[in-house]
Design a protein around this ligand. Structure first.
Ligand code: C2E
Ligand code: CA
Ligand code: CA
Ligand code: CA
Length: 281
């Protein structure tokens, strides 16, 4: 190759073309897997921080591609959102979570407050009739909306559309729980929370996971717990990995937690076994 000035530029273009091709392949694989339903759900218990008793679970999606192997959900969820294909994945997550929750409620003594927490994207709540379609799915399983918490990230809580406002209003009327996910990492206007039918704030592991050793994180957790208490909602600390995390978060006033210290995400059968073993506690 010559050393004329167009070389780096051409190189850049080629690199971008490679990246573009990669992205297109990824999109095709994702679309194909959506059509072929090549996804599964795993479930991570949400526990009482002090006793470890399982209070509910969060449903998390897994995509194991025949060639790519495990693809992190952070990666494929964003692409699915860009493709306008997230709705199909959310519907699948809701369906599977309802099946799992129903199984647990049927085969255990049935704590009436036991819940399934399901991640929904900003795109979902911008879908006309999303709340009603959720209600129909729950109906088929005989599950009450109050047993379901919808996890929405702080940044996805955009109120600039009438459809979003209608969905949130319908969630409230129907009795769904609403969780703010990754709380503390967004830039939301706290005034929004005054009008939202909130049930849970989930404190991001960026703070919850190092509150025991980082005073700034500790202060942030304390502030978020104070806010949650004032709003009368549950506070869930995410990413609890060690006994140090447990002690620090307990001292900071957290009551609920989720993390590898307690349980990793598991399949539906293993979750049922865990909840069954947990009974009578
Ligand atoms: P998220 O909603 O904040 O989910 C919590 C993530 O933390 C999960 O990662 C979980 O496996 C992980 N985690 C749980 N305990 C620990 C711990 O003690 N330490 C560490 N380091 N991590 C822990 P995962 O399953 O990889 O999911 C990543 C993200 O992908 C989720 O973050 C969520 O934003 C998105 N996601 C996953 N499943 C779905 C889904 O069904 N629908 C939508 N819309 N998004 C999903
Ligand atoms: Ca979540
Ligand atoms: Ca989270
Ligand atoms: Ca940690």
């Amino acid at each position: 190759a010559s050393s004329n000035t167009s070389v780096p530029k051409t190189g850049t273009v080629v690199a971008n073309a490679d990246a573009l091709l990669e992205r297109l392949k990824f999109e095709i694989d994702l679309q194909t897997s959506i059509i072929n339903r090549e996804f599964t759900m795993v479930y991570q218990p949400i526990v009482n921080l002090q006793t470890g008793k399982i209070l509910g679970f969060e449903a998390l999606m897994r995509w194991i591609h025949p060639v790519r192997g495990f693809v992190p959900p952070d990666e494929f969820i964003t692409v699915a959102e860009d493709l306008g294909a997230i709705g199909a994945l959310t519907d699948f997550a809701v369906e599977e979570s309802c099946r799992t929750l129903k199984n647990i409620l049927d085969q255990t003594d049935g704590d009436p407050d036991f819940f399934a927490s399901i991640n929904v994207s900003g795109r979902d709540i911008s879908r006309l009739g999303f709340a009603e379609s959720l209600a129909l799915t729950l109906d088929r399983y005989g599950i009450a909306p109050k047993s379901i918490r919808l996890e929405i990230t702080e940044t996805a809580c955009i109120f600039d559309s009438q459809i979003v406002r209608d969905n949130l209003e319908a969630f409230k009327t129907m009795g769904f729980g609403l969780s703010i996910d990754d709380f503390g990492t967004g830039y939301s206007n706290l005034a929004h929370f005054k009008t939202m039918p909130l049930s849970t704030l989930k404190i991001d592991r960026a703070f919850a996971g190092d509150a025991h050793e980082n005073p700034v994180s500790g202060s942030i957790v304390a502030m978020l717990v104070g806010l949650g208490t004032a709003l009368n909602v549950d506070i869930v600390a995410e990413g609890v990995e060690t006994v140090h995390d447990v002690r620090a978060l307990t001292n900071l006033g957290c009551r609920m937690a989720q993390g590898y210290f307690f349980h990793k995400p598991t399949n539906s059968n293993d979750l049922l076994a865990l909840v069954s073993a947990d009974q009578g506690r």
